[in-house]
Design a protein around this ligand. Structure first.
Ligand code: HEC
Length: 141
């Protein structure tokens, strides 16, 4: 399915961009808590979740991996809610809330093994990454 494939491509682009040096120096001593959260949790977990519509899990074990990734994203939402200072609190909260809503929608979709619902939740999830980055990613460098 074309749109599913495209979403996977977008997720892949994200990974390539992150690996390309956009995050140069990342992971070093100066790395912010948010950067670590992105690199260790949000990026790998969201790739698993995005990938599940392009390559639908064949069995329950496969779906459980997606569920596990979503639990990681739920934990990330909590960490974002307590994000240390440095970001304007109000819009940050809105963006984190949009992210949280999309994660919960995705979790419901995965619980129901509903790939179409997951695809639409993933669209909102991806949008929430973008919305926050537009504001905070350039400024945070
Ligand atoms: C509420 C805000 C917010 C949301 C939502 C968010 N991010 Fe981020 N993200 C950030 C901030 C802030 C940084 C920059 C952190 C820094 O450099 O200190 C960042 C950095 C990144 C980076 C660059 C990492 C690097 O090595 O430089 C990637 C890739 C990324 N996020 C992916 C994602 C993905 C994928 C999602 C959604 C599934 C997402 N983010 C959701 C705020 C957010």
């Amino acid at each position: 399915m074309r749109s599913r494939r495209r979403r996977a491509d977008i997720a892949l682009l994200f990974v390539l961009w992150a690996a390309s040096g956009a995050g140069a120096g990342a992971g070093g001593e100066g790395a912010s808590a948010t950067l670590r959260l992105m690199q260790e949790k949000v990026i790998p977990a969201s790739n698993t979740v995005f990938g599940a519509t392009a390559e639908v899990p064949a069995d329950d074990a496969g779906w459980r991996e997606v569920e596990q990734a979503l639990e990681t994203l739920v934990a990330s939402v909590r960490e974002m809610a307590d994000a240390p200072g440095g970001f304007a609190p109000l819009p940050w909260k809105d963006d984190a809330a949009a992210f949280a809503r999309a994660v919960l929608d995705a979790r419901r979709a995965v619980a129901a093994r509903n790939v179409d619902a997951l695809e639409s939740a993933n669209g909102a999830l991806y949008q929430s990454c973008e919305t926050c980055h537009v504001v905070y990613l350039p400024a945070s460098k």
